[in-house]
Each structure stands twice: as structure tokens, then as C-alpha cells.
Design a protein around this ligand. Structure first.
Ligand SMILES: Nc1ncnc2c1ncn2[C@@H]1O[C@H](COP(=O)(O)OP(=O)(O)OP(=O)(O)O)[C@@H](O)[C@H]1O
Length: 252
């Protein structure tokens, strides 16, 4: 199967402290891939490295068949979109100006763009904020604006770091709907989330990141086998070796 992302031996440090520790990961093209792990595992760091916003110390990363390096970075960025946590927005722009600006950078076809933008903003109930400055938006609306923009640039790879955080249940369902439609069009989507029910029901393959390494890779076959006996919650707890700490709060 064709891989859209191939990571070998990735080491990423903050101030000499390794956060991603010789991480290996391959993500198949055209799938919805879920990256889960406890707080501080390194999920956002990995997404940051794949966006090209964070550098790394060691390892090889190939995206869309190109090595992620200074020569290919621009070409890779042109076909990769992201929603970061927190979303990266331009605060002084209105929502529509932000969309138009990002689409211009990605060289999106101008014809029909505003109509598409309004239709997606309407779908996510943020149309009324089209002319409102980004810095006035609630955290859920900011997330939805970032998502709408990422969809409009028509990427081949969509990186979504906690896309559902702060978003209401109606819009989460609509985001899931759009993500499934993008997959049908051949887009690969990488999602980090702490909402295991959503990951379980939306993603094809799931990887568990803990302590800077991929502890488990669950593809459709292994998921079927493992999940006959255990829920994703139980599998997660097993791989991240959750300590029982209930005794500590017995005083309460
Ligand atoms: N800019 C930074 N400087 C120093 N350390 C950082 C920086 N960003 C993240 N870290 C540390 O790197 C580790 C991984 O953080 P990261 O945000 O990637 O984890 P995460 O899995 O996304 O966590 P969460 O689920 O809480 O969002 C944490 O220990 C964090 O404190």
C-alpha cells in the first residue's frame, strides 16, 4: 500500500530533552488515521514536525514521496493543510479575509471560492462571523474557521490536531461528515484526539503514542482481533500502562 507519510528514527528535542525518541511510523495513503496518547506524549510535536513548523534533530521523514527537507518543503506544504492546537489564525483579519488570504497562499482557484467559503461557514454555523475579526471569535468558532479554511485549500494531506476540542456535538458530527467525504476523494487525514469514541468510530488505522514512541499500531485487521476482547479504552490503558491511583483520593 502507498504511504503518504514515512517516518524513520525521528528524534525531536526541546532544549536537549528528547520528546520524540527514535519514532518510526508509516501512514497509508487515503486513510483516516488516528493518533492517540496521554497528555504530553508528543502528539502535537509530531504534528508540528509534519507541518514543517518544528525542526527535528535526527531521522528521515518522507511525505507524498518527497523527503521533508529545505528543497522539498514548499512543495510538501502546498499539498498539506493543518488545524493546529491552538489554531494558528491571523487575529486582525475578518474570518472571510483569513480564508481568502490562506487560499491565496495555497493558490486555490478564485472562481467560486467565496461561495464555497460561505457554504462551509454556514454548514458550521459561523457564517454570521464572516466579517467579524478573528480575535472576537469563541474558541469553538476559531477551531471551525481553521477547519473550514483547511478544507478549502484542497490538500492531499490534512493534519488535524485536536480538531474536536471546544467544538459542539452538532459541529463535531458535521466535521466527521466532511472528513469522511475528503477520504472518499482520496485525501489522507491524520487526527489527534482524546475523544476515543470518535477516533474509534471515525478512523481506519490508530496508533498509540506514549513516551515519544509508537507503542501500538492498530490497522483494520489487528483492531478487529484486539477489539473482540477489549474496547479501545482498555487497549489504550494497557499500552500506556495506566497506574491505578484511586487510593490516593480516598481521603475525599
Ligand atoms: N515549546 C516547548 N518547549 C519545551 N517543551 C515543550 C514545548 N512544547 C511541548 N513541550 C513538551 O513536550 C512534551 C510533548 O508535548 P506535546 O504538546 O507534543 O504533547 P501532546 O501529546 O500533544 O499532549 P496533549 O495531549 O496534552 O496536548 C511535553 O512534555 C511538553 O511539556
Amino acid at each position: 500500500m502507498e504511504r503518504v507519510v514515512e517516518i524513520k528514527n525521528l528524534v525531536k528535542c526541546y532544549e536537549d530533552e528528547p520528546v520524540l525518541k527514535h519514532l518510526d511510523l508509516e501512514i497509508p495513503k487515503g486513510t483516516i488515521f488516528g493518533l492517540i496518547g496521554p497528555n504530553g506524549a508528543g502528539k502535537s510535536t509530531l504534528i508540528g514536525v509534519l507541518t514543517g513548523l518544528l525542526d527535528f534533530e535526527e531521522g528521515d521523514i518522507s511525505m507524498h514521496g518527497m523527503e521533508l527537507n529545505a528543497d522539498n518543503e514548499l512543495e510538501i506544504k502546498k499539498i498539506t493543510a493543518s488545524v493546529l492546537q491552538p489554531p494558528l489564525l491571523f487575529e486582525q483579519f475578518s474570518s472571510l479575509e483569513f480564508i481568502e488570504y490562506i487560499c491565496e497562499i495555497y493558490e486555490v482557484e478564485q472562481k467560486g471560492l467565496v461561495e464555497k467559503a460561505y457554504s462551509l461557514m454556514d454548514y458550521f454555523d459561523i457564517k454570521d462571523f464572516a466579517k467579524i475579526k478573528v480575535n472576537k471569535l469563541s474558541s469553538g468558532s476559531r477551531k471551525k474557521l481553521a477547519f473550514v479554511t483547511a478544507v478549502l485549500v484542497e490538500p492531499k494531506l490534512l493534519l488535524l490536531d485536536e480538531p474536536f476540542e471546544s467544538v459542539d456535538v452538532i459541529s463535531i458530527n458535521r466535521m466527521k461528515n466532511i472528513i469522511r467525504r475528503l477520504k472518499e476523494k482520496g485525501v489522507t487525514i491524520i487526527i489527534t484526539s482524546h475523544i476515543l469514541e470518535v477516533v474509534e468510530n471515525l478512523c481506519d488505522d490508530i496508533a498509540i503514542l506514549h513516551d515519544g514512541q509508537i507503542k501500538a499500531y492498530l490497522d483494520s485487521v489487528s483492531r478487529k482481533e484486539l477489539q473482540e476482547d477489549a474496547s479501545l479504552h482498555e487497549i489504550f490503558e494497557q499500552y500506556v500502562q495506566v497506574e491505578r491511583k484511586e487510593d490516593q483520593v480516598d481521603w475525599l
